[in-house]
Design a binder for this molecule. Structure first.
Ligand SMILES: [Cu+2]
Length: 175
C-alpha cells in the first residue's frame, strides 16, 4: 500500500514549507524536531544498507499534543514507504503494514528495531552511514486537518539486530 499524500495535501505542504522558511531561522530548521508543530518527532534515524539491499527501516519517537493518525510517510530515497508493525504469526514474527497509525494524545510512540518502523522499500541506492535521509510525515487529526512534519534522519550502522530478514510478511512487495 502506497501512502502518498493527496494532491491537495501536497499543495498544503508546499504552502506550509514556504511559511516555515519565512518564520524560522535556518539554524532552527536543522533541529530534528519541528518547532511549531503539534507533533514532535525525536531522534529520527535510518539503518544503513549494504550494496544491492532493497529495503531498510527508519526509526524515531513520535509524540502529539492531541490524538492524530500518521497517514503518510515519504522520502526521496525510497520508491515505497510503509509504516509497519511486528506481530506474531504463530511462532513467527512478521511485519505488517499499518495504513494509519494512531498516536494517542501526549503519549510517546516509539519506532524501534523489533517494533514499529517505517519501512523504506525499493531503495534508489545504498544508504550509507553519514548520509542524511529526509522524511516527510503527514498526520491527520480527528477534524481531518493534516499536518506535515519534515525531518532529516541520520544514518546509523547496521549494528542492532532487527528481524528485517524475514520477508515472509511482505506479500506483494518486490525485493
Ligand atoms: Cu517492515
Amino acid at each position: 500500500m502506497k501512502l502518498f499524500p493527496s494532491l491537495s495535501a501536497l499543495r498544503m505542504t508546499r504552502r506550509r514549507m514556504t511559511a516555515l522558511r519565512v518564520a524560522i531561522p535556518a539554524a532552527m530548521l536543522a533541529v530534528a524536531g519541528p518547532v511549531l508543530a503539534q507533533v514532535t518527532v525525536t531522534a529520527p534515524w535510518v539503518r544503513a544498507t549494504v550494496a544491492q539491499q532493497s529495503s531498510t527501516g527508519a526509526f524515531m519517537q513520535l509524540k502529539s499534543a492531541k490524538a492524530v493518525k500518521l497517514v503518510s510517510v515519504s522520502t526521496p530515497v525510497a520508491g515505497i514507504v510503509e509504516v509497519h508493525e511486528m506481530a506474531m504469526d504463530g511462532q513467527v514474527m512478521r511485519m505488517r503494514a499499518v495504513p494509519a497509525l494512531e498516536l494517542p494524545a501526549d503519549k510517546t510512540v516509539e519506532f524501534k528495531p523489533g517494533g514499529y518502523h517505517v519501512m523504506l522499500m525499493d531503495l534508489k541506492g545504498q544508504v550509507k552511514v553519514g548520509d542524511t535521509v529526509p522524511l516527510t510525515l503527514v498526520f491527520e487529526g480527528a477534524d481531518q486537518k493534516r499536518e506535515t512534519v519534515q525531518v532529516k534522519a541520520t544514518v546509523k550502522p547496521l549494528g542492532a539486530a532487527m528481524p528485517m530478514d524475514d520477508h515472509g510478511g511482505h506479500g506483494g512487495h518486490q525485493h
